[in-house]
Design a protein around this ligand. Sequence first.
Ligand code: PM9
Length: 481
Amino acid sequence: MRQRSWAEPWKIKVVEPIRMTTRAERERHIRDAGFNTFLIKSEDVYIDLLTDSGTSAMSDRQWAGMMMGDEAYAGSRNYYNLEKAVRQYYGYEELIPTHQGRGAEHLLSKLMIKPGDHVPGNMYFTTTRLHQELAGATFHDVIIDEAHDPASTHPFKGDIDLKKLDALVQEVGADRVPYVCLAVTVNLAGGQPVSMANIKAVSEYCHARGIKVMLDATRAVENAWFVQQREQGMRDRTVAEILKMMCDYTDGATMSGKKDSLVNIGGWLGLRDPKLAALAQNLVVVYEGLHTYGGLAGRDLEAMAIGIGESVEEEYIRSRIGQVYYLGEALMEAGVPIVQPIGGHAVFLDAAAMLPHIPRDQFPAQALAAALYVESGVRAMERGAVSAGRDAKTGENRYPKLELVRLTIPRRVYTQAHMDVVIESVVALFEDRDKVHGLTFTYEPEYLRFFQAKFEPVGSKRVLDSAAEAADEDRRFALSE
Ligand code: PM9
């Protein structure tokens, strides 16, 4: 029998208009934004694939929950609802809410890291590594080699290489490794999952040596779905069961609720050790707010509590990742080089493969993201050398093997028709890829430079050449100068 199509398990109740701009307008907007897609105004974007962070559409149940916000300064009922949801689905007894994920990373790094420590992890994440470094640690990437190869089709490219981990522990001593930072899925590797077998092995290795395992649970539900689909013996388990199983191997977690949990703001630190939790509850009042609200309104806590339950519904997660696959498979069919296998939250274009004429120090991924905006009004994000920043000790640019542009899919926001437009846009740009110019910095901030840096094209006025319209634009610029 012919397989039937699937559809999203929701219908749309509220809509937000979006507007297509002209190419001439976009040329101006990208120039004004210093060729950094973070600096474009949202109203000037047609389809916004910058990030899946805080960009979800909430459900009617979540909006109803917002009206039940208990905005008492202390002891809000919504805190206890969130605590119940985290205990039920993630299994951490102790809950410290934070305004978002990096708030939890800040607390964890301050509590657990001593200057001179070493933190191994499965590929860096920007905010996570920065907080580890600010607390005095050196981060070490111990992910398997396949993760650095965009063409490798390894099903669990997020796995930790136990040999690399052991070599580091032997070298620096287990007492200088406060914890292993285990991210599921691995964002910068392309949204790649970690297998349950690997989580178990890492947990056993670390716990035998007194090292803690701290999960970055930001996209753990998406990881659970991949485990269910790809790992032997996991097919009959629910995503909720797999999520809980993954967390059971760990000692705590930092969480950005803005991703998996379908909310626009919120995060938490989950712990098992009550002594560590007491320290975290004390620290959170310094940086975020009282330990029962952590920088959030009661209504935000409630929306997150409800969102956690919705995030593990099988139909939901299948359609969420199904949409990412729809986009990724069409791009692959058109011959566009993308990271394989397709990840959980995004399709990652391999900018280094697509733009071999642009040297790494002219930031091909930054240029590609800017050019895609000019071409189509689609906003994406650079995930390559600009995101990687400079080495904390030498100050040199870091050049990770992966030089990517991330087409990140917000949850429950765009339809298949939007994806079709994105496919056509990327394919059109792919055909014109030799017309993209490299970029050089005109402004480089000290921390997390990718958010606010500015650039200009090298040897050209434009990041993307375009014949007729560009000539028109030149005349307009000439008249206004
Ligand atoms: N991730 C993302 O777009 C938003 C900001 S960085 C461009 O992918 C992981 C794996 C993340 C993450 C944020 C955070 C920090 C921690 N871990 O943004 O502070 O992907 O809530 O979370 C972003 P917050």
